[in-house]
Design a protein around this ligand. Structure first.
Ligand code: FMN
Length: 208
């Protein structure tokens, strides 16, 4: 059931850790949600996020030993969506900016200028810096995915407790290239989650 109530989608989101095991999500709808999540912004629009949707019993069994205390979400969710960041995302610059020129939304010389500036900066970036970039970008997509999921009538739980050094390889990705960012459990929520505490904005904000 779709939910177009912005306030409800955003402010009633909770981390839900147990799901109705009868509810699966079609590939069509999952792709629609991923498409909507990737309207998120990314540094120089390089879109480094990559997704592995773990939904079958066999693949969930593979994930189970890698997610520490988060097995309940794995066992009951419709899917565990693994968010990875592509450390070599600049290889797609031509494809992305070429399409922008083709579609008439960017002049050729703007593309040439941007790529001339930014592609070398990505190529020469340290591993740590690239790691930071792809994690920031992919985290924005993950947040958007969680809200999009609610708009589609699903609940989610972001999961950072997993074996970072084993996740890529376990799912057939080159661990040098793809860094794991977050896992999002998704499904039809099976309980009403309790509210959680937040700081007052005044406490954590300074105006200068
Ligand atoms: C980066 C990140 C990692 C998290 N890792 C886990 C986790 O491993 N297991 C879990 O149950 N919840 C995890 N959470 C959920 C948080 O505990 C939860 O978002 C927080 O307590 C606030 O509750 P709320 O999401 O219901 O508002 C994670 C959240 C974030 C943002």
């Amino acid at each position: 059931m779709k939910n177009n109530d912005f306030k409800d989608v955003v402010f009633n989101r909770r981390s839900v850790k147990e799901f109705d095991t009868n509810v699966k999500i079609s590939h069509e709808e999952m792709l629609e949600m991923i498409q909507e999540a990737t309207k998120a912004p990314s540094s120089i629009n390089m879109q480094p996020w990559r997704f592995v949707v773990v939904e079958s019993e066999e693949e969930k069994a593979k994930l189970r030993p890698l997610i520490r205390f988060n097995t309940r979400q794995n066992d009951t969710s419709a899917a565990m969506v693994l968010f990875f960041g592509d450390m070599q995302c600049h290889e797609h610059a031509e494809e992305i900016y070429g399409e922008a020129v083709e579609r008439g939304i960017m002049p050729q010389e703007v593309k040439d200028n941007l790529l001339g500036m930014f592609v070398p900066s990505y190529q020469n970036a340290s591993k740590q810096h690239m790691n930071d970039i792809v994690k920031i970008d992919s985290s924005l997509a993950a947040m958007q995915f969680m809200l999009v999921a609610r708009a589609h009538g699903y609940e989610t739980n972001p999961i950072g407790g997993f074996e970072e050094d084993q996740l890529a390889e376990a799912f057939g990705l080159d661990p040098e290239r793809y860094v794991p960012v977050l896992i999002v459990a998704i499904g039809k929520g099976d309980y009403t989650s309790h509210d959680t505490v937040r700081f007052n904005a005044e406490k954590i904000t300074t105006f200068k």
